[in-house]
Design a protein around this ligand. Structure first.
Ligand SMILES: [Zn+2]
Length: 298
């Protein structure tokens, strides 16, 4: 009798400990991915992001603390499309965690589930363009978000088959809530359909294309290449008599050149968030898209 009582108490303690320590340890390269994993995995996962939303996603500083996060992970979820090319390979080499290397069960590349735009027409992209595989900022196409959530649910289900239906149900709930929001966003932004903008870096192209807006020029001559005074003079001449309504800037490049262009042309400049956490209002994937719509429609 005494023995069975000990077994019952032991079992309760064991179950309590299991509930305290989630089953799957996930590392995401960017905050928007961590948010999607949390929304799909809920209490069954613990998620860490390797970067902050206010950072330049192309150039994350590879600190030892990031290596430690990868070393103990069960699953690594990346954006892909070479957005992490400049910083993740070195971290992966040093983390020595074979389970989360590309091609392994504990690895998920979200770019495999979307259609990229601005893909190269030739193998040589001379001049140092940092979008060599096409535009990697696809998380700002709202149509892709349910697809990405589904891909995450499938992967979590592979790693944790006992909770497969839980992940799928959460993904379906997200899909439903997302489509409700999207209908509202489409109605609000309809007035901007056909409008033209200038962009500093090609962060917003998926979003703008989705809602029928057009990027006429970029302040960077090529993605990742800082503007020269000659390029800016050319831009001022080209756009000052045009019908461009806004200059779009991001949170991590210096605003100096975009502000100068705005002053010379009279075209207003606004700052848009590109990831969860880029501005304080963008606390998750929903409010990220909401904030972009709000700032564009102001
Ligand atoms: Zn970029």
């Amino acid at each position: 009798m005494r023995l069975s009582k000990d077994i019952v108490i032991g079992s309760i303690v064991f179950l309590f400990c299991v509930s305290l320590f989630p089953a799957i340890k996930v590392v995401a390269t960017y905050p928007y991915i961590a948010d999607l994993v949390e929304k799909v995995g809920m209490e069954k996962v613990s998620v860490k992001s390797l970067s902050r939303g206010s950072w330049d996603p192309h150039t994350i500083v590879p600190k030892p603390s990031l290596i430690a996060k990868i070393r103990t992970a069960d699953l690594l979820v990346i954006n892909g499309a070479q957005l992490e090319l400049g910083w993740l390979p070195a971290l992966l080499n040093q983390a020595n965690n074979s389970g989360v290397m590309p091609g392994k069960k504990g690895f998920l590349d979200l770019s495999n589930y979307v259609k990229l735009i601005q893909t190269p027409t030739n193998v040589s992209r001379a001049g140092g363009d940092i979008h060599p595989a096409g535009n990697p900022h696809f998380c700002l196409n709202p149509d892709f978000i349910p697809e990405l959530a589904r891909a995450i649910a499938d992967k979590l289900g592979q790693l944790d088959p006992a909770n497969n239906s839980f992940y799928r149900e959460n993904s379906r709930s997200l899909d439903k809530a997302w489509k409700t929001q999207l209908a509202g966003w489409e109605a609000r932004i309809a007035v901007l359909r056909g409008k033209k903008v200038i962009e500093y870096h090609r962060n917003m192209d998926y979003f703008l294309e989705r809602f029928g807006m057009e990027v006429c020029e970029t302040v960077e001559p090529l993605p990742g290449i800082p503007p020269t005074s000659r390029h800016i003079s050319h831009l001022i001449e080209k756009v000052k008599h045009g019908d461009i309504i806004l200059i779009l800037h991001d949170v991590y490049h210096s605003k100096k050149t975009s502000a100068f262009l705005s002053q010379k042309t009279g075209i207003p400049m606004i700052v848009l968030p590109h990831d969860v956490g880029a501005v304080e209002e963008a606390t998750d994937i929903f409010s990220l898209h909401e904030e972009i719509i709000s700032r564009l429609c102001k």
